[in-house]
Structures are given as C-alpha cells and as structure tokens.
Design a protein around this ligand. Sequence first.
Ligand SMILES: [Zn+2]
Length: 426
Amino acid sequence: MRKVLISSFIGALLIVLGGIWFLYGNLEVDVKVPPSADILAAKETIKLSIETNKATPFTKIKVFIQQDNKTLTLYEGDLQNREIEEVIKTKEAGFKDGKAELIAELIFPFHKEIILKKEIVIDTTPPSIDIVEKPRRLIIGEPGVVAVKTSPDVDKVYVQLGKAKFYLLPFKGNIYKTIITAPLFLLKKPQNYYVIAIDKAGNIAERFLPIQIKLKKFHQRKIYFDKETLERIVLKFFPTPDNLLEKFQKINTKFRQEADKKLVEICKQSENRLYAKGRFLQLPGSEPTAYYGDHRYYYYNGKLIGESVHKGIDLAKYRHAPVVAANSGRVVFTGRITVYGNTIIIDHGYGVFTLYGHLNDFTVKVGEEVKKGQVIGHTDTTGLALGDHLHFGVLIWGYAANPLFFFDGHYLNYYFYKPLLKQISP
Ligand SMILES: [Zn+2]
C-alpha cells in the first residue's frame, strides 16, 4: 500500500515537473530594440519586437525604462510574439536628461528574470541655434550665405523655405554654412526661411531666419507656334505627332515637373569643400538668347496653350560648339532629363551646382573632378530645344538661381566668397 502511495506521489511529481518543463523548458525570448532607442528625446516613438519560441499564458513580460526610482512601462502583458509601437513622453514622465536603463523582465508565477538591460540616454533639450551670418535681403534668383553655430550634439541642420531645403554643411567645429537662394516659386507664393536643427535624440529646434525678399519683374514673351514647329517638338518625345496639343501640354507640364523633381534629387548632396574660384564662365564667345525668369506664353492658332518660366540662361554659339565647365567642381550627373535632354550637372561645393542642357555628348564621367574652362561636351538640340544652344543653369540645392550673379566677379567676391570662406571662431 505504502509503495503504491510513493509511486503515485512520484508519478504526480513527474507530471508536475513535466508540465513545468513543457511550459518553461527551452524557453527562448528575445527583445529586439532598434538603435534609435539609444538616445530618447522628449517625445519619441519606440518600436520594439518580442520574439519567443513558447507562448504561455502563465508567463508575462514587462518592458520599461528606469531612471533612479522612476519607471515608464512600454509594454506589460502575456509572453507571445508581438510588435510594439509606443509613443512615450520622457519629459512628462519626470525623467531627467542623462543616463537611464531599458529593461525587459520575464515574470513567472514564482519569480522574475531580467532578460535585457540596456543603458540609454535621455536628452530632452533641443539643440541651440545661433545665426552667425545671413543675407539681409535677397532678390529672386540671388545667392546668399547662411552660417549658424549649434550645440555639439546636432545631427542635421538645414534652412527650410516652404518645400525647399538648403542643407547646412559642417564648416569648422560647431559652425555650419550653406548657400541659399530666393527661388522663382516665391513669385507665386511668399514664404519664410527657418533654420531647423535636429539632434541625435530627435529633438527639433527651429529659428526664424529674417531675410527680406525683393520680388523682381522678369521679361514676358509670347511665342507663336505653327503646326510644323509643334509637331517637331512633340516628335522629340513621342513616336507620332497625333493629339498635338495634349502631347505638347504633357511635355510642358508633366515633363517639366519631372525635371524639377529630378534636379532636387540629384542636388541633395553637396561637398563641404569649395571647388569654385573666381567668377563663373559664360560659355566663351556665346550670345544669350533667353534669360533667367523669362515668362513664356505659348500660342497656337491664336489660343494660349501653355506657359513656362525659364530657369537658366540660353547661350547660342554655333552648331555642336564645345561646352566648358563654368567653374571647377565634381561631375555628379550625366544623362537625359526630360526637357533638358542630355544634361551634365557639376557640384561646386556648399550646394552650388551648374547644369548644362540640350547637349550632344559628354566628354566627362560622373565622379570626375573638372577644372574651370575644361571641355565637358558639345551643344545640340536634345530635349525641349529647337535651335542648337546651351541651356546653362545654376542650381542651389536643386533650385534655380540667376546665372547672371555668378558671371559677376565683383559681386561674387563680396557676397559669396567672402562670407563663405570667412573664419568664425567655433
Ligand atoms: Zn533654356
């Protein structure tokens, strides 16, 4: 009788132990936290994932942030595979700037086990921005130098104007500099400049950048197309010249917009090294045939069929004339861009680029460093061009500036090179 008791006791014990083994044996839990959680701002979205090979209702998991005796729970619930996305407010929770810990803890019926303990930093202080240099006013298309001094933990800093971003580049210590402009889109809608700085935690600081914009009236031109000319334009982009008006309008609106977008994309990155020196060269021996800001109205059969604003200067010489780099720099693009046809773009540093459109060929490659005056290709009529000419554009972070400012050596020395190269104690 006693034997039976013992053996049934052992049997029951084995069943319990087996049960415990079934529930907790070989239990593997992994809490994955992205590197963005290493530094937490005042308000932050934390994404983390819990991965386990055994989901059990008797085990809970708790993920929390702890600093001194304060805790903030990110998640507490049954242990199972799950993705967590939580908006946390460290400042409101009473945390101070400094070190804290991100902890994940498994809670079993009779004990707890810490499975993750990670040191993190709480930083709720937005970066500081001091404006060191800025133009007092800008005419549409004019370049200007902006310099700012920030606190040392800044990750990204730029000048924002509506949708346009002019990225401030490291100059020395905590000094950042860049070139901005007053783009043509300001003629349609006035906007204000702001300096935005984002630190490594993600805290954002914003400073109003007071710059007076001087609007300028540009030339207006009426251009009358005959059927033959319109067909020639359409055949440059489409295989057949049917639906002439519809196709012309697509070229003049959609293709132009695509080009604008592409230029901003290409000019998103610039070197914090100033390649340019002295005035920019107007294609030697060329005659300007159209200027920056020219507002063109297109007519066909007596009816207005479209309009456009010219974002560069047209320079005519002779057929297939050699094109030279307007200043020293690095080639960042060679290829086709809708209305500009075969195009070369050169980075001159600090967000200043030059664009050469309607080319026949390229004699330079992307990545190549070019010297001022070096032949880079030849003129043609590729893209939206009827006669052989060079479309020359100056782009500031992808936004068209007026090339005439860049052809003027005295102007450049005073308003461009001097403030850009000026040393400021960091
Ligand atoms: Zn042009």
